[in-house]
Design a protein around this ligand. Structure first.
Ligand code: TXA
Ligand code: MG
Length: 327
């Protein structure tokens, strides 16, 4: 149910859950240093205990209470916080094992959303908060999406309207010598390299490395999946040439400018933005997937974004995962 700041705060202080807005997606929050509270997150989401959650703090000083902040982490936090950058760092003992799935590292970030920040400053503990969706479903960018997914089991929600950015934070692993991006987002590898003056490897390399090491929590391919089966097309051209499109399908493209090209196909086509603006596409992607998932389409057709751009790369990561098969 939609609730007040005071009620959500009370719930969190009592070791219960609350849904809070961030600048990326809505988060399912609990006291991040109370193992019983953190367990409630896993059980409501149906999240495997092997997939760690991230901690949210107000500032670098608080981050130091829960992690070992080295020189790189401090530079990045000073430059990008508050904002959509999660740092994976060695954890301090106070962080419970259930939060980190037994890893010696923890993900930490300082969100910029004003409501979330007000909550953090009014509490004496950090907030663990994964995206507020049942495990493997699409992350929510509005309060109504959260309500629909959790139904009667939904914890109190602070509604702050649609989220500003629409896709989750960039995750950077700072816990090994070679810095690497585990999940692309608005903050690009290039901007991190510029801030630190050292190379950062991107997630494609890292996915491979991680699958070898078998320690890739949450980087599983099946994620963000709509219930409607979704077909991936490498380009608008590939989608236009695809033979098996039926009248009850929905084609989801990036720019209204391309819509006319699809007129001759037998099904409806919608665009994520008016003119291909990447920020607009990122903001609308998950919301559109949620909305159209309710309408019983036979299947979705999603096209990759063809721009050579870091945000296009992050958007394509989410599109690929939305189309990954549940096997
Ligand atoms: O934008 C965001 O990051 C949102 C908002 C609510 O802050 N949160 C979010 O959390 O996306 P979640 O749990 O849905 O995604 C965090 C990802 C998971 O894939 C998890 O496996 C990974 O971070 N992660 C957490 N701790 C980690 C660790 N110590 N090492 C490697 N990956 C980690
Ligand atoms: Mg998530």
């Amino acid at each position: 149910m939609i609730s007040s700041f005071a009620h959500c705060k009370e719930q969190l202080e009592d070791g219960n859950l609350a849904i809070l807005p961030t600048e990326t997606v809505y988060g399912l929050a609990a006291n991040g240093i109370d193992p019983i509270a953190v367990k409630k997150i896993f059980s409501l989401k149906g999240r495997p205990p092997t997939n760690p959650v991230i901690l949210h703090v107000s500032n670098i000083k608080d981050a130091c209470k829960y992690t070992f902040i080295d020189e790189n982490a401090e530079k990045l936090a000073q430059h990008f916080w508050p904002g959509p950058l999660t740092l994976i760092l060695k954890k301090r003992d106070i962080v419970p094992e259930v939060a980190t799935a037994g890893l010696s590292t923890v993900g930490i970030r300082s969100p910029s959303n004003a409501v979330f920040r007000k909550m953090l400053t009014s509490l004496s503990f950090p907030l663990a908060a994964p995206s507020a969706n049942p495990s493997n479903r699409t992350s929510p960018t509005s309060a109504s999406q959260v309500l629909e997914m959790f139904g009667d089991l939904c914890p109190p929600i602070m509604d702050d309207g649609p989220t500003e950015l629409g896709i989750e934070s960039t995750i950077l692993n700072l816990s090994s010598k070679k810095l690497s991006i585990l999940r692309p987002g608005h903050i690009s590898a290039a901007s991190i390299e510029k801030c630190l003056g050292v190379p950062v490897s991107t997630c494609i390399e890292l996915h491979e490395e991680h699958s070898k090491l078998k320690k890739s929590p949450g980087t599983s391919k099946v994620h963000y999946a709509p219930k409607t089966p979704s077909i991936l097309h490498k380009s608008v051209k590939d989608c236009l040439e695809y033979k098996n499109i039926t009248p009850n399908d929905l084609i989801i493209i990036h720019s209204s400018r391309d819509i006319e090209k699809f007129d001759r196909l037998p099904c409806k086509t919608i665009a994520l933005s008016k003119n291909g603006n990447l920020n607009e596409i990122a903001r609308s992607l998950f919301g559109k997937l949620h909305d159209f998932d309710k309408l019983h389409y036979n299947q979705f057709h999603l096209c990759l974004n063809e721009l050579k751009d870091d945000l296009a790369y992050a958007i394509n990561d989410r599109i690929r995962r939305a189309c990954a098969k549940n096997s």
